[in-house]
Design a protein around this ligand. Structure first.
Ligand SMILES: [Zn+2]
Length: 98
């Protein structure tokens, strides 16, 4: 399996060599061997990957479970949702060429 992008931060364990796949959230570790970076994922984490049936079910249930919270937040903020989202509608990145 090829991992195209990774995020580094040790979010799960605080270990500085830990990485998390930004697509499916599986955790692995960076290693440097003979000057080459290698990412290794345990078999348990590989089974959670989004390109597996188990990973798809995990993601489906994650979204399904989250919908209750989303509905509650939308109901609680139905009157001020526009104000809350205004900064995003008007987002203008402050990017400057160097
Ligand atoms: Zn992934």
């Amino acid at each position: 399996m090829k991992i195209l992008a990774i995020s580094v931060g040790g979010a799960k364990t605080g270990n500085g060599t830990e990485v998390e796949c930004p697509l499916c959230g599986i955790y692995g570790y960076l290693e440097v061997t003979d000057g080459k970076i290698r990412v290794s994922f345990s078999d348990a984490e590989k089974k959670r990957a989004r390109n597996t049936l188990a990973g798809l079910y995990e993601h489906y249930h994650e979204l399904h479970d989250m919908m209750g919270t989303v509905r509650e937040n939308i109901a609680a903020h139905k009157d001020d949702m526009g104000d809350l989202l205004a900064p995003f509608y008007n987002y203008a990145p402050d990017y400057k060429e160097q």
